[in-house]
Design a protein around this ligand. Structure first.
Ligand SMILES: Cc1ncc(COP(=O)(O)O)c(C=O)c1O
Length: 388
């Protein structure tokens, strides 16, 4: 048997990781400015996280959700406290797509409606409804296509207002990333989110804040939507929640009530996942990682902003993107092959930085030195080619 070939792969085998660094099978060290796709929050293999999972594994790895699991309640309390939403309710699952799928389903149970409003360049996952509200037709299978998904232009307040004026009473939910990740690091304007929150409230539609990539402290606030001062009805999360252990969840406002069996899962909320997620929150709090993300992000943005060749720098905390002009198109590849630094991308020409929230100043400097050097090398090469 071989692997189903759905990913274009770098020819690198990562076998070890610690903090913001990973090592391949030949012992080469790489700086991870990609965080394994925004997943690494407290740093790879953080010792406290490893110990928590190991201790839990010695006790019990799994039992079904038919019995009480005190560790779930401990996680819910910690998450409520750190996210500033103690009154919210937690449903646990295993991934970001599942979190959004459950959030959308719950919204529809709540108000009995079907239309979901989403936005241009959004990404919400690959399960049936999550992908239907994702703005990328190439990953939507025919069976996932539905007239219930409505796409409006991102950050267009007039279009949003207009849609609600015309069909607001049929809107089940609006789903939005506070900062679009896969779409290329596009920040939702606070006024856009505030209008959305008001319109949802007025029309009894459910506002779903997709915090799978932009959440969990990465931007310096627990959810990046918090920058606009709104309270969403449901927050979805995954990625950084487990620091690499698969776990997702939805945080549900108190006015949305549970009924037995309306949602369910076999693996969601298993003791191992909870131990990992709880350790992440404890480390985030003890090591003040949200503040670190804010400070390191501001430092990176200041320094990258001085590199004139890189355009349209944007982001918050440690969720940063910039446009790479065509003459520097080798930049991402060279950062990896020559400087051993992983970065993320968004098509067609965006470099995305999504490092661990524990990134240090010396890690940031190491990246900046390589970035400046490589931009200079590629620019000089381009100029030499033009002269010749
Ligand atoms: C904003 C957002 N939502 C949902 C998802 C889906 O998460 P998962 O891959 O864990 O299903 C992603 C993944 O990149 C994402 O960036």
């Amino acid at each position: 048997m071989k692997m189903f070939d759905v990913y274009p792969l770098n020819d690198i085998s990562i076998v070890k990781a610690r903090g913001s660094y990973v090592w391949d099978d030949k012992g080469t060290e790489y700086l991870d400015m990609y965080g394994g796709h925004a997943v690494i929050s407290i740093g790879h293999t953080h010792p406290y996280w490893v110990k928590s999972i190991e201790e839990q594994l010695e006790q019990i790895a799994f039992y079904s959700n038919s019995v009480k699991m005190p560790i779930q309640q401990r996680l819910a309390e910690k998450l409520g406290a750190l996210s500033g939403r103690q009154q919210y309710q937690l449903f646990l699952c295993n991934s970001g797509a599942e979190a959004n799928e459950n959030a959308l389903k719950l919204a529809s149970f709540y108000n009995g409606r079907k239309k979901i409003v989403s936005f241009s360049r959004s990404f919400h996952g690959r399960t049936s409804l999550a992908v239907a509200v994702t703005d990328n037709p190439s990953i939507v299978a025919p069976v996932n296509q539905t007239d219930n998904a409505v796409f409006l232009p991102f950050n267009d307040e007039a279009a949003l207002q207009d849609y609600f004026d015309k069909d607001g009473t049929n809107v089940c939910a609006v789903i939005i990333e506070g900062i679009q990740g896969v779409g290329g690091i596009n920040i939702a304007n606070p006024t856009f989110l505030q209008l959305m929150s008001r319109l949802c409230h007025e029309h009894k539609a459910v506002l779903i804040a997709d915090g799978v990539q932009c959440g969990y402290g990465r931007t310096g606030k627990f959810y990046s939507h918090d920058y606009s001062g709104i309270d969403a009805d449901i927050y979805t999360m995954a990625k950084g929640m487990g620091n690499g252990f698969p776990v997702g969840g939805i945080s549900i406002a108190p006015h949305i009530h549970a009924k037995h069996f309306m949602l369910g899962t076999t693996f969601g909320g298993n003791p191992l996942a909870c131990a990992a997620a709880l350790a992440v929150l404890e480390v985030m709090e003890n090591e003040n990682l949200m503040l670190n993300a804010l400070q390191m992000g501001a430092y990176l943005m200041d320094e990258i902003g001085k590199i004139n060749e890189l355009k349209n720098l944007r982001g918050k905390g440690l969720m940063i993107g910039f446009d790479v002009p065509p003459e520097l198109r080798e930049l991402k590849k060279n950062l990896l092959s020559k400087h051993h630094i992983f970065t993320g991308e968004a098509k067609p020409n965006v470099i995305r930085l999504l490092p661990a929230l524990s990134l240090t100043k010396s890690d940031a400097d190491k990246f900046l030195v390589a970035l400046k050097e490589e931009v200079a090398v590629l620019t000089n090469k381009q100029m030499a080619a033009a002269v010749a």
